[in-house]
Design a protein around this ligand. Structure first.
Ligand SMILES: Cc1cc2nc3c(=O)[nH]c(=O)nc-3n(C[C@H](O)[C@H](O)[C@H](O)COP(=O)(O)OP(=O)(O)OC[C@H]3O[C@@H](n4cnc5c(N)ncnc54)[C@H](O)[C@@H]3O)c2cc1C
Length: 462
């Protein structure tokens, strides 16, 4: 960990882990092993897959292999939004799938929010859940236009339960400076991400699954996974490495690792909370193109995240989440523009993580029964809930069961690979510059979404 002027601590994986205590890796792979199922990656995707599989088929020998410890990746670093949002958007899916199936997908995501909370309660996992919905605030005319569009979309998709709020109604939930309108979505809860990952890993172990931590996978092939400590041979091989996938042989252009960065404030005094509101613990986001997202933490702080350096050349990922001071200052600036009374607030910790983005910006769950290979990911920053549905679906697929989940539109989505470098770096950085420019143009008072953002959306295929 290093000291900076912007945050007292940076990196160190995340505030959530620092608060809980970083665990020592347990039970490394003892050498070559034969199993029935091997899952690479002990984030939520790998852990949920193991959890449901152990329930469905307790006779199978299921192993999870993890380079550091369960929850080391995005699952232990995220903003803690347990949200029913469908990555890729319902309208996007409706262009390629029957409407009824897309509606079913939304309902399955709503249900997954409940399922995570139910499983956590059942097993005594204290994930510090507060179900307050999501508030998306519009702070200029163009953003208010997007809020109205989102409300029209919600009329077509009542399954989302989203509704338009006036500025006064939004203020009654959270008083964000300059709010002109907002969207409120009911199907979301705030969680503590590391506590969920930590608790889930305990429950998975209690179900008889061995999680081999401190074991790095070098290559994945049908029937086997090679690690730095030996080879695991198994009929079913599941890749659950999301933002780290580009580091595996043959996967460099599958999903780009996109960075997201977060800061957390010192605890705020009661009088400050009285000014801000936020009594329902909604998760909070703005409707900027380069958006920022936040939660009110259980210990009375604000954790806020957004894009720093979006992408590193050659799809490289950092490890322990260090971020530069300019990113801390940027996030602090957003925080103070939302809540000017926080101008002097101390920043306790800053960190980052990687998430996986497929070329079509749609998450997927896939399993090939012939080769026994499966994978899930590409959640584009909305994986906290989606990983639960993905894990349940992968378990169904591996167990050979056809269920309502195995026919959802995201199953077996195929995206083309990302462009080779330097096009990939230029494209992604160009895209985020364009979105930043669009935000600045809109802040100057345009009433509509800037043409720059519309063009960027078209070019990127979002
Ligand atoms: C800062 C940040 C904020 C976010 N906020 C939200 C949010 O509020 N809500 C939301 O829905 N989503 C959010 N996301 C996204 C969400 O966290 C992810 O979509 C989700 O956690 C993905 O889970 P996963 O298990 O697929 O991947 P990960 O949690 O990244 O797990 C992958 C695991 O694989 C392991 N691994 C990788 N390579 C190897 C290897 N070669 N050998 C062995 N092990 C390996 C890693 O160590 C890691 O533990 C955020 C992401 C970030 C980074």
């Amino acid at each position: 960990m290093t000291e900076t002027t912007g945050a007292r601590t940076t990196g160190g994986v995340s505030y959530w882990w620092a608060d809980l205590g970083l665990p020592e890796p347990q039970d490394p792979l003892p050498g070559d092993v034969e199993a029935d199922v091997v899952i690479v990656g002990a984030g939520y995707t790998g852990l949920w897959t193991a959890y449901y599989l152990a329930g469905l088929r307790p006779d199978l020998d299921v192993r999870v292999v993890e380079q550091r410890f369960a929850g080391y990746g995005a699952s232990g670093r995220n903003g803690g939004w347990l949200s029913a949002s469908v990555t890729g958007g319902l309208d996007g899916y409706a262009r390629t799938h029957p409407r009824a199936d897309v509606a079913r997908f939304q309902l399955a995501m709503n249900d997954a929010v409940d399922e995570v909370i139910r499983v956590a309660e059942q097993h005594g996992i204290d994930a510090e859940v507060r179900r307050g919905g999501t508030l998306l605030v519009a702070r200029n005319a163009a953003q208010a236009g997007r809020a109205r569009q989102a409300a029209e979309t919600a009329e077509r998709w009542p399954e989302t339960g989203a509704r338009l709020l006036t500025a006064a109604e939004a203020d009654r939930r959270i008083r964000v400076a300059g709010t002109q309108a907002a969207i409120w979505e009911p199907h979301c809860a705030r969680i503590n991400p590391a506590r969920l990952a930590h608790g889930l890993a305990r429950v998975v172990r209690e179900r008889g699954v061995r999680i081999h931590e401190g074991t790095t996978v070098r290559s994945i092939a049908a029937g086997q996974v090679e690690t730095d400590r030996g080879t695991v041979r198994a009929r079913h091989v599941i890749r659950a490495t999301e933002g780290f996938t580009a580091g595996l042989a043959g996967e460099r252009r599958t999903w780009v690792p996109m960075n997201s960065s977060m800061i957390v404030t010192d605890p705020l005094p009661e009088e400050t909370w009285a000014g801000i509101g936020w009594a329902h613990h909604d998760t909070l986001e703005d409707l900027a193109h380069v958006y920022s997202y936040a939660q009110r933490t259980p210990d009375g702080r604000i954790a806020i995240g957004g894009r720093g350096n979006p992408y590193r050349f050659g799809s490289r990922t950092d490890l322990d989440g260090d971020i530069p001071d300019r990113t801390v200052q940027h996030l602090r600036g957003v925080l103070c523009s939302w809540f000017p009374q926080l101008a002097d607030v101390g920043i306790a910790h800053a960190w980052s993580g990687v998430l996986g983005v497929p070329r079509n910006w749609r998450a997927t769950v896939a399993y090939d029964a012939a080769s026994g290979r499966g994978w899930a990911g590409g959640y584009v920053g909305t994986g906290v809930t989606a990983t639960n549905l993905a894990g349940r679906t992968l378990a169904d697929l591996v167990a050979g069961e056809r269920t309502d989940r195995t026919t959802l539109p995201w199953v077996d989505q195929r995206a083309r690979p990302w462009e080779p470098e330097p096009l990939r770096w230029l494209g992604i950085h160009g895209l985020y510059r364009a979105y930043g420019l669009a935000d600045r143009l809109e802040a100057r008072g345009g009433r509509r979404t800037s043409w720059v953002a519309t063009l960027a959306n078209r070019v990127s295929g979002r």
